[in-house]
Write a protein that binds this ligand. Structure first.
Ligand code: NAD
Length: 297
């Protein structure tokens, strides 16, 4: 199969491209190597055809879709807190870029896509969150953009699996994400600023598990369907800090700060549908994933 991966040079995209290639698919990447974080950390996979371009540009998207059988749509501005400070690119790229891609697919007769949506669409709902729960109270522009993009996917009439990813971590993860920052500061022996009182919980999901779920979601896409991909076992922030200390072998110097706007106290995936529909389950326990991540640095 010829697969277009938008955002294929980013954290999850690099892992996904490798998995597609390993199973025999031809991979084309569309990525603009944006400056949301250091572009030197992004990698164009050597086995892929790489187009440096913008998913918001209809002509670029149309060219990229030539001879393509299926699309993995990961290109986006990520990051909850950043979206509160500067929401504009989230609307332009996450919503507008998705719409441009869907229109290009319809024009080219490409029907199948897996879309990287986000657990953030559940807002402050608590958990465990299932796909049928309301998702109309986003706590940030990022969450709103992902929900809006899902709705455009639905309205397209194409075969789209919208995979709601729960905090993804692992080798190559974005430097702004909590685990990456904490590990880097711990290794440097510096103070770690931590927001909240330590009781918040995140349903961390190791990147290889996300990749296997995205591939299944792509292969099974028929009509529009939403599916959660999450570890299914939320980790309390203090446990995460302990895992950082263990994996780095450092004693942490933590400075506690007030909760940040947009932060939700809990994410917890109900992964029943992923199990029954896709036959998917997460395989990498959090502590092991942390050891693998730190070993990769
Ligand atoms: N990492 C997570 O925990 C997480 C959780 C939920 C959802 N997601 C979603 O998964 C996807 C991948 O996330 P990631 O963590 O790998 O982020 P990332 O920032 O590493 O990857 C996104 C990629 O998209 C590219 N991009 C951005 N704007 C573009 C544009 N206009 N045109 C073309 N390319 C563009 C970037 O250069 C980058 O390589 C994103 O859609 C993100 O919202 C990630």
């Amino acid at each position: 199969m010829n697969v277009l991966v938008t955002g294929g040079a980013g954290f999850i995209g690099q892992h996904l491209c490798r998995a597609l290639y390993a199973r025999g698919d031809s991979v084309r990447v569309l990525d603009n190597f944006d400056h949301a974080y250091d572009p030197a950390l992004k990698q164009a996979p050597p086995f892929a055809e790489v187009v440096r371009g913008d998913v918001c540009d209809p002509a670029v998207v149309r060219d990229c879709l030539q001879d393509i059988d299926a699309v993995c749509h990961l290109a986006a501005r990520a990051g909850v807190r950043e979206s509160i400070e500067d929401p504009e690119p989230y609307g332009r790229v996450n919503v507008g870029g998705t719409l441009t891609l869907l229109r290009g697919m319809a024009d080219r007769g490409v029907r199948r896509m897996v879309f990287a949506s986000s657990s953030s669409v559940y807002g402050n709902a608590g958990g465990p969150s299932s796909e049928s729960d309301p998702a109309d109270r986003p706590a940030s522009p990022y969450a709103a953009s992902k929900r809006a993009a899902e709705l455009f996917c639905f309205a397209s009439g194409l075969d789209v699996t919208a995979a709601r990813l729960f905090t993804v971590y692992g080798p190559g993860q974005r430097p702004g994400m909590a685990i990456a920052r904490f590990v880097q500061l711990a290794r440097a022996g510096k103070h770690i600023p931590v927001y909240g009182d330590g009781t918040s919980q995140r349903d961390y999901t190791y990147v290889s598990d996300i990749v296997s779920g995205l591939l299944l979601g792509l292969d099974r896409a028929q009509g529009f369907r939403i599916v959660n991909l999450g570890g299914g076992k939320p980790v309390v922030l203090t446990e995460m800090l302990a895992a950082v200390a263990d994996a780095t072998g450092r004693q942490l110097r933590v400075s506690w700060l007030p909760v940040q706007p947009g932060d939700v106290p809990l994410t917890h995936a109900d992964i029943g549908l992923a199990r029954t529909w896709l036959g998917w389950r997460p395989t990498v326990p959090f502590r092991e994933g942390m050891m693998r991540y730190v070993a990769s640095l």
